[in-house]
Ligand binder design. Structure first.
Ligand code: MOS
Length: 730
């Protein structure tokens, strides 16, 4: 067992000393050509010859119990092989990092659309037909589908610091506003899919999953077998955004069916099933209160939220996560209420917490600025705390003020003018700002690096969900070993390899990157030893090792191969310091004053997010997040049928994620140089989710500035904008 390196203190900035010049460069993703030429195999591809096809049968009631299946009605359909009603079938996907089988309600139904069985047939069409025709009898109960139902709600203890009520009562200027956000989905392009193939008692599962180390344990636990019997392959993933964090019904059903019929089985979810039966992001109701002195010093902050989940699910959206450390105050209070209802269960969707919490919180900051008649950028700058206002922790690196100042300057904020003042024909033009913050984490992660003379291989079960993992791990290994990027191969997505953090919570680069770095660092020590120099004096570049007046080709120093494995985990610094990415989003919008349609004209995100490993993939992540912000602000809304809780917007036509036409050409990202010494050994911070955190609020604040009217129900659909303008008399 490889010893775990714990992040207990700041580490030397070795990547600033190395000479290969790979880290930070905007290098292409090495798997790109495979993806665009169709050679990268996704979960549903590479079907074994004799594979059968499974389609999930789903509940048509919102609450109750399955009492039986009319198997006879489909048994004789040509091509139908089996009906799987095994008790081990998953009803709900596992939540992220569960590492164990998720809640297993047996024949209980908790929401409309819940998987309850699997039909297996020779073709996908036959399986789908039979699944639709299968009679199911139920003992239906009464479903509560509305999160506003008081009897379904349970409030947690308030998290507090100081005395919010006293501070709030004592303030000259206050804001007390309630916002709502509709439910959202991850909407990954690749639907959830699995191919299960047994070799004796051993299972190989090709899946589309984000966290293989955890997923193997979840799958094994679901099936009641030893994790050593399970191998999961997930080398390419067509997006996840949280929807593939945990093992899902498709994978477990495929495994059970394949075992039962003695053939490989593939289960692919239809787009509608992905909407119905994969964890969504909860809708929220958020009350935000601010109290401030007349000169703009915030004294009281409160953020109370209502979210929902299905019975038996423990996940809750951490709505006020960033609200707790963005601004300082004497009194702070945060309370969460969870409604247990019959809707598709909720779970992690890109930046759980900040993505919706900051929509409301950062709009309320702007409402406070309006009440104070202060510039929203100035108000934010005046209230940045020195330490975490709730815990007293030091910040590891805190770039918020620099991001706000730099962004305001570059965006032309000084030209903003008064609310509602700028009109161009039918369009009202406005500018908005928002702070961005997203906690950065280090999660236990292992990697193995092999140095084979003049080339190297990185091996880990880490995944690349489209983020650039293949690129950055190659860059780190090449940088540390002094090899050009073309001489480094990265192998991912196989549970037979050392177990990494997986892709989630924006901690993948921090965690898998640090493990790769530490394994390569061990190899450097071996090379220094062979060269007869101190590791601190070792220089590796373009396959040449130099140190202590000696210069040798790396290949001459390696007899066969040098293999090292490293495991990294969080340590003391995760308690002593708060590591968070910070940034500032700026948006300019045009709002049609008759139809309420909003067009985003330009956007700028200035971000301080630790060491940038790859300027191109980091930029893509930041831009992608900002585009999510546009969706959250303007279009993305899951609609539930109020009678059954059933999702009616079940495809990408009715659930509108921003398309090219919705994204402005003028969309810029600026990175401010930063090193996070307390976060991890490579001084990085999480990137993926910072881009979304706050981005939508900048758009919403721009709508308020354009129109002089405040929308508080998000997304700001045209009818909601029109209603707000009418209410404000504009
Ligand atoms: Mo993320 S929502 O942890 O993929």
């Amino acid at each position: 067992m490889t010893e775990i390196f714990r992040m207990n203190e700041a580490q030397p900035r070795l990547l600033d000393e190395t000479r290969q010049g790979l880290v930070g460069k905007p290098l292409d993703r090495p798997e790109g050509p495979k993806k665009v030429s169709g050679r990268a195999r996704y979960a549903a591809e590479g079907l074994p010859e004799d594979a059968a096809h499974g389609v999930l049968v789903r509940a048509t009631i919102a609450q109750g119990r399955v009492t039986g299946f009319g198997h006879d009605a489909i048994r004789d359909i040509p091509g139908v092989i089996a009906l799987i009603t095994d008790d081990r079938l998953l009803r709900n996907p596992a939540q992220g990092m569960a590492g164990a089988a998720p809640c297993q309600p047996g024949s209980q139904v908790f929401y409309h659309g819940q998987p309850i069985a699997l039909v297996v047939a020779d073709s996908p069409e036959t399986a789908r037909d039979a699944a639709h025709r299968l009679p199911v009898s139920y003992d239906a109960g009464t479903a509560i589908t509305d999160p506003a139902t008081k009897s379904a709600q349970h409030s947690g203890e308030p998290e507090t610091s100081g005395d919010f009520n006293a501070a709030f009562a004592d303030c000259d200027v206050t804001v007390d506003a309630t916002y709502t956000t509709d439910a959202q989905v991850a909407a990954a392009m690749e639907p959830h899919a699995a191919i299960a193939d047994w070799q004796g008692d051993n299972l190989t599962l090709r899946g589309s999953l984000q966290m293989l180390r955890f997923n193997r344990d979840e799958l094994a636990d679901s099936l009641g077998i030893d994790p050593a019997q399970v191998r999961i392959l997930s080398p390419y993933i067509g997006g996840g955004f949280g929807s593939k964090l945990g093992i899902g019904p498709e994978a477990v059903a495929a495994a059970i069916a394949a075992r039962e019929i003695g053939r490989p089985v593939r289960v692919v979810m239809s787009r509608q099933t992905v909407f119905d039966a994969v964890l969504r992001r909860t809708e929220t109701t958020q009350r935000v209160r601010f109290g401030a002195t007349g000169d703009g010093r915030i004294r009281a902050i409160s953020h109370d939220d209502l979210v929902s989940n299905a019975a038996g699910e423990e996940f809750f959206e951490p709505v006020s996560q960033a609200s707790q450390f963005l601004y300082g105050a004497e009194g702070l209070s945060f309370t969460q209420t969870v409604a247990t209802i019959s809707r598709t269960p909720s779970g992690s969707v890109r930046a759980p917490g900040e993505a919706v919490g900051m929509l409301a919180f950062e709009c309320a900051v702007d409402e406070l600025a309006e009440a104070l008649n202060l510039c929203p950028v100035d108000l934010r700058l005046r209230n940045i705390p020195d330490t975490h206002p709730m815990t007293g922790q030091a910040y590891s690196a805190h770039g918020l003020a620099d991001c706000l100042r730099r962004g305001a300057e570059q965006f032309g904020w000084a030209e903003r003018g008064a609310p509602g003042a700028r009109v161009e024909g039918d369009w009202r033009i406005g500018m908005g700002v928002s702070s961005a913050a997203r906690k950065s984490m280090l999660v236990q992660s292992a990697a193995r690096v092999r140095l084979l003379g003049d080339r190297a291989v990185v091996e880990t079960d880490m995944t690349d969900i489209g983020t650039g993992t293949y690129a950055i791990l190659g860059q780190i290994a090449g940088e540390m070993l002094g090899l050009p990027i073309s001489s480094v191969e990265v192998i991912l997505g196989d549970t037979d390899l050392p177990g990494a953090s997986g892709s989630g919570g924006s901690f993948g680069a921090n965690s898998a990157g640090s493990a790769t770095f530490l394994a390569a660092k061990k190899i450097r020590a071996t090379i220094a030893d062979k060269l007869g120099c101190d590791p601190a004096e070792l220089h590796l570049q373009d396959g040449i090792a130099r140190g202590g007046n000696v210069e040798r080709p790396l290949a001459d120093l390696v007899d066969g191969e040098i293999v090292q494995e490293a495991v990294v985990a969080a340590g003391d610094t995760s308690k002593s310091h708060l590591s968070s990415g910070f940034g500032a989003h700026f948006a300019e919008v045009a709002v049609n004053q008759w139809t309420g349609e909003t067009r985003v004209r330009r956007m700028l995100g200035v971000m301080a997010m630790g060491r940038i490993l790859n300027e191109k993939t980091a930029r893509s992540q930041a831009l992608g997040g900002m585009i999510w912000g546009i969706g959250a602000a303007l279009t993305e809304a899951v609609e539930h049928d109020p009678r059954t809780g059933h999702i009616v917007t079940r495809d990408l036509a009715n659930y509108h994620v921003p398309a090219h036409a919705d994204v402005p050409g003028d969309m810029k990202v600026v990175f401010l140089e930063e090193r996070d010494d307390m976060g991890n050994p490579i001084q990085t911070k999480g990137i993926g989710e910072l881009g979304i955190s706050g981005a939508g609020a900048a758009v919403l604040n721009a709508i308020a500035h354009a129109t002089g009217a405040r929308v508080r129900n998000f997304p700001a659909l045209p009818d909601r904008v029109v209603a707000a303008m009418e209410a404000a008399g504009v």
